[in-house]
Structures are given as C-alpha cells and as structure tokens.
Design a protein around this ligand. Structure first.
Ligand SMILES: Cc1ncc(COP(=O)(O)O)c(C=O)c1O
Length: 451
C-alpha cells in the first residue's frame, strides 16, 4: 500500500489503488492550492496546457471522480492534525467534500491556470462564488464600491440583500468615470471595488489596470467578474486581486450546468475554507465532484470555442451594422472602448462573443427576436450566454429587470436593448442570410426603415 493511501483513503475504496504521479515532474510539489506555473504565463490556452495534469487512480488519461463525501484515515492522530490544519489537501489529506474535494480541486487548479491566479476554488453557481467572496472580504456594516452596470442578480445582492442581512452597503458608480470611483472609495471603510470586465448587458469594457491602481492606492481588494470574457481578458494579469466567474456560461459552454468559481490568492481561498470563519466551509456553496469532472472535460476546448464565438460575433455585428441597425460591440471601431479592449485583450482571442442591438422599443425588440427564432431560426429567445446556439434576450425586461427604470437608465440599458450571445452552430453564410431575411420581413411589416 502506498504511503498516500495509508494516510488517507476514501471509505468507498476497498482495494487500495496505485496513485499516479502528475505529469511535468511536479510530483513532489505541495501545490494543491498554488498555481506556481503562473510565473510562465503568457497566454491563457498555453497556461491551461501547462497546468498540472491529473491522471485517474488507475492511470486513465482523465482525472478520477472522487465521489466520496467523507475520507478515512489510517491513524486516529491524523484526524486531529487535519482539523488543526497541519495536514491538508496540499499533501493529499482530505476531510469531507464540503471542505476540499480532490476532483473539484483538480478543476479549480485548471481554472486558476486559465485566470493566472495563485489559486481558485469552484462553487455551485456564479452567485455562490460572488456572495461567498464578498461575505469573506466584508464584515458586518462594511462598504463596497461597485459598477452601476452589473448582472441583475449581483445588483440585487448588493443593493437589497446585503444591506438587509448584514448592513453591508454599496455605492454604485459609473466605472468609466475614474474620478467618481476614487471619490466613492472611503479609506478604512470600503473593503472591495467590484466590477465586470465586460459589463452585462451594455458591453462596456472596464479599464482594469486603472481601476486596480485606484483601488490599491486606497487599500481595497479589487474583485472582477470575468464571466463575459474568459480567455479574451485576464483581469488578474491586469492587476485584479480576485476574479469570479459564472462557470454556467462560456466555461461550461453546454447550457446544462450551473457553476461558479473564485480565483485569487491562496491565502484568500484557504481563508474561505477555514473551519471556523470560512464562507465556503460555513455557507456550503459546494460544487458536486461529478459536475467538476464534466467541466474539466470542457475547459481544454474553451480557447477554441471562444475564438469561434468571437469570429462569429464580429461577422454578424459588422453585417447588422451595415444593414443599418444600432449595434453595440467592442469589436467595432465605433465602440467607445474598442481601443481599450484591443490594448487589454489577449492576442488572437478577439473582442468577445456578445453584442447588443438597440431596437429602441421593447415592442420592436420582441418582434425582431420572435422572427429570429420562429421565422429564420437564427437563435433562441433565452437568457444566459456562452452556448453553441445564439441566445437572445431583451435585457431590460429579463436579466436586468432587478433594476428600476431610473437605475436602468443610469446603467445605460435602453428598453429595446437585445443582448445576443453569439453561437457557432451552422455556417457563417447561413446565419448571415437568416439575419438578412429577418430584417426584410421586419421592413415588410413596416417595423423597420428600408436599408
Ligand atoms: C456577469 C454574470 N455574473 C454572474 C452571474 C450569476 O451566475 P450563475 O447564474 O451561475 O449563478 C451571471 C448570470 O447570468 C452573469 O451574467
């Protein structure tokens, strides 16, 4: 029996099995929570390929699913040492799967490599990731400064839920106004500056380096939601302390899983798992290891998928703009953040797979989406993003409906704004024809001027 199996073993394993050494000569590295490879980081796909590869217990090319909820020890003393924190996952000692689970940890290591952070840990949803990290970083009565253009659920969490249950308040600002951000941060009181790298739904690109400079000068932790731009932007490389994801979107890619991730310093992730004070450990936003395994199968082709989402979004956005629609896409030269995105983005990943079309009224927006789904089959009317099919929703009445009319106006969300997550199914030509047919039909119905 190998020593590691002597030290611990899952209670479902009757026959001890040989544990493979990880590839890349990292077998002695106590790096379960530390992505030391980040020093070599230059491209997210390269970084992912460089991350420690997990074999299964029997030498299979995929990592094992560690399905056990609890783990046994061979000597009673080991249990005490695990609970004092002396023995932990970095030396392959596991206690219970609400605490660290080896399969979730395997996926988390890959996500840390993707985001170039020292560590990461995955959660049951994007909201679980966001709420857990905020509750870890803020105390009761604390203060955040956040972008006023955020996913509606995050906005509601900050604007309504946190003040009610914990007295944590948020000042919402336009993060394009750097002076306003600086003025809103109260030194000694504000603990977090929070924004989305590319905002949902308006696709404003945050000046991550400048915002981090301002935040760090005032001693706050900068947390960036990179859900809209994995691979495209790497906020941690641009200065962010913490990166959060709704893994339910691009990283999953299948529109069949709800999941999240917190990426950041090992010290933070370990504190979130603390038995006495950790939000992961005590609130229990745990990812199922079977889900972690599924996701680990999808991460290796995230880069290829993102490139195709971006290529398609660029082609369709250009065509719609040429046909006279009001298109909001950072890849278009007339987008106010085009140059910024070009300077911050990772090379060869494009400008993201999302664009918006502003139809001015909700009625026109609904008519357009209805035809795109039911007449030409260009896409599906559904919330969410990152799927291989195009998904379309009118943001003001769906994923941003948590904001009232005044808040929507301040956030730049017009009533006719359609958010489109561009898929890569079908051929580009086929999809462009579908867009043109839809627009002709709108004109025939008198709902659109002739282009
Ligand atoms: C930018 C952004 N962050 C976070 C979330 C929440 O993620 P989840 O649905 O996985 O909880 C969403 C969901 O739409 C989102 O768009």
């Amino acid at each position: 029996m190998k020593e590691s199996v002597m030290n611990h073993g899952d209670v479902n394993a009757i026959i001890p099995t040989k544990k493979r050494s990880p590839m890349n000569g990292q077998e002695d590295e106590p790096t379960v929570m530390k992505n030391k490879k980040q020093m070599k980081w230059n491209d997210p796909m390269a970084s992912l390929a460089d991350a420690r590869h997990e074999f299964s217990e029997h030498g299979g090319v995929n990592m094992s699913i560690e399905a056990s909820a609890t783990f046994t020890v061979m000597e009673p003393e080991t249990m005490r040492r695990m609970f004092t924190g002396e023995l932990g996952p970095e030396r392959d000692f596991f206690i219970y799967s609400r605490h660290f689970n080896p399969t979730v940890l395997g996926l988390s290591r890959q996500i840390a490599a993707l985001e170039a952070t020292e560590a990461a840990y995955c959660t049951s949803s994007g909201m679980a990731a966001i709420s857990s990290v905020i509750l870890q970083l803020c105390n009761s009565g604390g203060h955040l400064v956040a972008s006023r253009t955020l996913y509606g659920g995050t906005y509601a969490l900050f604007a309504h839920f946190l003040p009610r249950i914990s007295g944590i308040t948020t000042s919402f600002v336009d993060v394009k106004d750097l002076r306003a951000v600086e003025e809103a941060i109260v030194e000694g009181k504000t603990s977090v500056l929070y924004f989305e790298s590319v905002s949902n739904p308006t696709l404003t690109v945050a000046d991550v380096p400048e915002l981090c400079r301002i935040g760090h000068a005032k001693g706050v932790t900068v947390v960036v939601d990179n859900t809209f731009a994995p691979m495209v932007l790497s906020p941690a490389k641009l200065g962010a302390d913490v990166v959060v994801h709704s893994v339910s979107k691009y990283i999953s890619g299948g529109a069949d899983i709800i999941a999240g991730a917190v990426c950041g310093p090992a010290r933070l992730l370990n504190s979130m798992m603390d038995l006495h004070q950790g939000s992961f450990m005590l609130l229990g936003p745990t990812m199922n290891p079977k889900v972690a395994f599924e996701l680990s199968q999808r991460l290796p082709h995230l880069g290829i998928r993102m490139k195709e989402h971006c290529n398609r979004a660029f082609a369709y956005a250009m065509r719609l703009k040429k046909l006279g629609l009001q298109v909001i896409y950072p890849g278009l030269e007339d987008h106010p953040d085009h140059a910024l995105m070009k300077s911050l983005g990772n090379k060869e990943y494009g400008f993201g797979g999302m664009f918006c079309v502003d139809m001015e009224t909700e009625e026109k927006a609904n008519h357009f989406m209805n035809l795109l789904q039911n007449y030409t089959q260009f896409g599906l009317m559904a919330v969410s993003l990152g799927f291989h099919e195009t998904l379309m929703s009118c943001s003001g009445s769906s994923t941003s409906s948590e904001l009232n009319d005044k808040e929507k106006a301040l956030a730049g969300i017009s009533p006719g704004l359609i958010r489109m997550s561009i898929g890569f199914s079908g051929t580009t030509e086929q999809r462009l024809n579908q867009l043109e047919m839809t627009l002709s039909r709108m004109q025939e119905g008198g709902l659109l001027n002739k282009y």
